[in-house]
Write a protein that binds this ligand. Structure first.
Ligand SMILES: [Zn+2]
Length: 299
């Protein structure tokens, strides 16, 4: 994204260092393949994907909006981030993996079907949901987004689709300005639980317990996808919420409980935001420990 940009390569390096610890030795690790264009086209029109490729510079940077930039390698990264999400869905839906976390960038939840936005180009979680339906016969897919920013792109893509439940906790009022409680989707399939700036883990837990988890249980999804942004952490330079590692651990366990009861434990989580690299690494460790079924001290 260019010098000084918060969505930077160090984010993934910090996550990789964290997951190098011996307690993560049981993880099966796979590299992310490039997404097939057929899979991307379930969400984005070919004309948009071609325009993205056209927009990539041969050298230096090109800006698609004031904070979404491309370098010559961006397209490969975008295709791999979506490819990782697709491959994780394949592993989990086929039963080869119990669940999966996709550590990839750029993030995706602000990207609409026709537009890049907010560091996002292709909506990875939307591509994953459509792939689960088209390639694995999933009838209902639930997406839970706990990034500090509202997943406006994901909401827009599935607004009128009763086969996908989109649930989000996020800071509001805040970027990108959407995500009010009154935004409920064409079929009541959107659930927004906005949190005021300064909210702590208690408010987050309550929003999950009161608004999101009951809807998730009732929806009885065949797969739960997580838009796992960790920029609601108290140390994040962009977000204004005050969550701690244990809050992400706890939320992950609650989602796993529902997944165990409703869909054979099937969860695919993918990285969205998180811009304090040390906090990001610790949050991912907690999230992945929960997914691994490890009891964390203090949780
Ligand atoms: Zn975010």
């Amino acid at each position: 994204m260019g010098p000084g940009h918060p969505e930077r390569p160090e984010r993934l390096r910090a996550i990789e260092r964290g997951l190098d610890q011996t307690r993560f030795a049981p993880l099966t690790r796979m590299s992310a393949p490039l997404a097939e264009s057929e899979a991307l086209q379930r969400v984005h029109p070919q004309s948009y994907l071609a325009a993205l490729e056209q927009a990539a510079p041969r050298e230096g940077y090109s800006a698609l909006d004031c904070d979404t930039l491309m370098c010559p390698k961006t397209i490969e990264a975008v295709w791999r981030a979506a490819g990782g999400a697709i491959s994780a869905v394949d592993e989990v839906m086929s039963g080869r993996a119990d669940n999966a976390f996709v550590a990839a960038r750029p993030p995706g939840h602000h990207a609409g079907a026709h537009n890049p936005m907010g560091f996002c180009f292709v909506n990875n979680v939307a591509v994953a949901a459509r792939h689960a339906q088209a390639a694995h016969g999933a009838e209902r897919v639930a997406i839970v987004d706990f990034d500090v920013h509202h997943g406006n792109g994901t909401q827009e893509i599935f607004w009128a689709d009763e086969t996908v439940l989109f649930c989000s906790t996020h800071q509001a009022p805040f970027y990108p300005g959407t995500g009010g409680r009154n935004e409920t989707g064409a079929h009541g399939n959107v659930v927004n639980a906005p949190l005021l700036a300064g909210s702590t883990g208690d408010a987050f837990k309550e929003a999950m317990a009161d608004r999101i988890l009951p809807r998730l249980r009732d929806f009885a999804p065949d797969l739960i996808l997580i838009s796992a942004g960790f920029d609601a952490h108290e140390r994040d330079p962009l977000g204004g919420l005050r969550l701690r590692e244990v809050d992400f651990y706890d939320a992950t366990k609650r989602l796993m409980d529902i997944a165990d009861k409703r869909c054979g434990g099937r969860i695919v989580s993918m990285l969205e935001g998180g811009y304090d690299v040390d906090a990001l690494s610790r949050c991912v460790n907690s999230h992945v420990l929960a997914l691994l079924g490890v009891q964390e001290a203090g949780a």
